[in-house]
Ligand binder design. Structure first.
Ligand SMILES: [Zn+2]
Length: 656
């Protein structure tokens, strides 16, 4: 493991212990083999001066659940050291009282919630304390011969503590064990099945001890263990089945979930192991992961629906077996899966959540295989895992980033998304929690939307091959499709029927009508597996109220409306809702140029301003207004509506 300490970087912080603490915490955070997503914690002990000019010993401890890789000074909670050390000498302390006492001992009440390990950090008699869940150390500890191997590797250089639930109980245990111990003789402390502590009076030594001790475990595994199995995932793709898995996971969870398939050679190698069912189902690398991954994955075989249902009933039984007191069973849906012949799967309500699970899974499957090689992978008993999974302070970490947006976990596709109504729809769907892919002929789309959960792809909607590619890429990235917004369109030049050019007519039919039929056809198999799937067609006021000179546009939009009405009938039995919006005079879109607006105003013999608000409500209609209606139609308010045509035109006398 690489030592990332850099004298030049560190010297800037030399006079400020907290800044130095931030610096080495980030160094730890940069190594994913030490900590993953909010795991681990660090602290520094220093003096602060209170209002009365008195000096107080203070422990700056990492905020619960925050990422070490990006932590800032504000991510450390300042707690009175004396209160914390006295707490370790109590005989009993409930979690609630511990959290209360820690909060009331904070010298800044607006600071974040301290890590649950604050008391343990306080009793370690060194200025800097570093704690990680180093993969290699927990891998070795999760073994039949775990303790024996750890002793063999570290000899007397570390203190070994058998697994104990974190928080007060662990701090008290360490306090008792170390009462007459000479801390100067050891470099670190290993909590079996949990992680590693190092400490020193200077930041660099504490950090370097962490790298050194973790490296010893890695070197041992390298020497003893075999590299993980690898296999290729070629020709194994089954996107429909993937969408079916994501559907069943979402139904079991009771919320729309995103599913990501990892078909890397490592993931496939693991999924293809003959004993994968047994080794994957023994438990997580560290109980800390259980809140993200649940204790074990679902193993998917041929009847994936049944596998997920069986998993959920087994999870309920696991809860019943282990529950004590007033606990409520969490949702029984798995958070990751092993899919032989395909790879591993991660599930989550957001891309961030999926990424966290994916990372933990990647590290876990490696640890399991090393564990098997060095004597047999054997995580903690399920009761210990359960206690951590259902521990209040752990669950609080999860809820910190809770998202309750209406469309959370939904997967959406919007065509014509580089400008106007399409762009507004994509942005608003994303804001409401959906992962969105926006298509447009304009290559600018890839720069407009370039986030993992809001992506722009260049696509000519009349090019079937390309459309198929992008639809499949959505299933591959997110596991399904729930919302389709058919918006792409052109506004051909105004021509009377007598003067109509066949090319213009055909182009309008192809883009404004036929391309939507083909896209819908391609999406239907996936929409059938979606969660409250919905299709929304952006038609036009011209359908109920056509005007002269725009036959190429209006006829195509009328055809589109008819297509949507028939789709509503055909797809209702699959629970897919199909609705239509008829916007009018949305002038902030690509199809309206100043020239067209002026020409139209002149035709009606009114000013441009009058033309823009030519409706009963005397209001201007914007792309955002249409997007708000589309989002509403994609959500629960329209759960029981299909085949509807909704005008958004400020009230038009020919439509009413
Ligand atoms: Zn820990």
């Amino acid at each position: 493991m690489k030592n990332l300490w850099n004298d030049n970087e560190a010297k800037v912080f030399a006079c400020d212990p907290l800044q130095l603490r931030v610096y080495t915490s980030r160094l730890l955070g940069r190594e994913t083999r030490l900590v993953l997503h909010g795991g681990g914690n660090t602290s520094v002990k220093t003096s602060t001066t209170n209002l009365f000019g008195e000096s107080e010993e203070t422990l700056y401890i990492k905020e619960s659940g925050v990422d070490l890789s990006t932590i800032q000074a504000a991510g450390f909670a300042p707690v009175k050291l004396e209160t914390l050390t006295r707490m370790a000498s109590l005989d009993e302390l409930t979690d609630m009282d511990m959290i209360k006492a820690q909060r009331s001992a904070m010298i800044d009440p607006t600071a974040p919630i301290p890590s649950v390990e604050a008391i343990l950090h306080a009793i370690i008699p060194f200025k800097f304390v570093d704690h990680t869940h180093a993969d290699a150390v927990v891998t070795i500890a999760n073994n039949e011969r775990g303790e024996e191997l750890i002793r063999k590797i570290y000899k007397a250089s570390v203190l070994i503590i058998p697994y104990t639930m974190p928080g007060f109980i662990l701090a008290r245990k360490v306090s008792k064990i170390t009462r007459n111990m000479n801390w100067q003789k050891i470099e670190g402390m290993i909590l079996l099945n949990h992680g590693l502590f190092t400490f020193a009076d200077d930041a660099r030594t504490s950090y370097e001890r962490m790298i050194h001790l973790a490296s010893l475990a890695e070197d041992y595994l390298q020497k003893e263990g075999a590299p993980g199995s690898v296999a290729k995932a070629e020709d194994r793709e089954d996107l429909l089945k993937l969408a079916g898995i994501r559907h069943q996971i979402s139904v079991t969870k009771g919320d729309a979930m995103i599913a990501r398939l990892d078909k890397s050679t490592e993931a496939c190698g693991f999924a293809d192991l003959p004993d994968v069912k047994s080794i994957a189902a023994r438990g997580p690398m560290t109980p800390d992961h259980a809140i993200r991954t649940k204790p074990i994955p679902v193993i998917l075989k041929d009847d994936v629906e049944k596998d997920i249902i069986n998993y959920s009933s087994a999870y309920k039984k696991y809860f019943d077996r282990n529950t004590t007191g007033e606990l409520t069973c969490l949702d029984p849906a798995p958070r990751w899966g092993v899919w032989p012949q395909h790879g591993t799967l991660a599930f989550g309500r957001s891309i961030r959540g999926v990424n966290i699970v994916s990372d933990i899974v990647r590290h876990t499957i490696r640890a399991i295989q090393y564990g098997e090689t060095i004597g047999g992978w054997k995580p903690l008993p399920e009761k210990d895992i359960f206690d951590m999974e259902y521990w209040g302070p752990q669950q609080a970490k999860l809820h910190k980033n809770d998202v309750t947006s209406e469309l959370q976990g939904k997967i959406a596709l919007v065509t014509g998304a580089a400008s106007g109504i399409g762009r507004a729809c994509a942005e608003m769907l994303h804001k409401q929690g959906a992962v969105v892919t926006g298509l447009d002929l304009n290559p600018k789309i890839t720069r407009i939307f370039n986030q993992e959960d809001l992506t722009g792809l260049t696509c000519d909607v009349t090019n079937d091959k390309r459309v198929k590619e992008v639809v499949e890429s959505i299933i591959r990235r997110f596991g399904g499709l729930d919302i389709l917004v058919n918006n792409a369109g052109i506004f051909p030049p105004s021509l009377s029927i007598e003067d109509m050019d066949a090319k213009i007519w055909n182009l309008s039919m192809d883009i404004n009508l036929s391309s939507h039929q083909r896209l819908l056809k391609m999406c239907i198999p996936y929409l059938k597996q979606g969660i409250d799937s919905t299709v929304i067609f952006i038609a036009s006021k011209n359908v109920p109220a056509p005007g002269p000179g725009v036959s190429a546009y209006s006829v195509a939009k009328a055809g589109l409306t008819q297509l949507a009405r028939i789709a509503a009938m055909e797809l209702a039995s699959d629970g897919i809702r199909v609705n239509i919006v008829h916007p009018d005079a949305v002038f902030d879109t690509g199809i309206w140029t100043q020239e067209i607006i002026e020409e139209r105003a002149e035709r009606y013999n009114i000013t441009v301003e009058e033309y823009k608000t030519k409706n009963f409500l005397k209001t201007k209609i914007t792309s955002k207004d249409v997007a708000a209606l589309v989002c509403c139609m994609a959500g629960p308010a329209f759960a029981k509506t299909t085949g509807a045509q909704i005008p958004i035109d400020g009230g038009n006398e020919r439509v009413i």
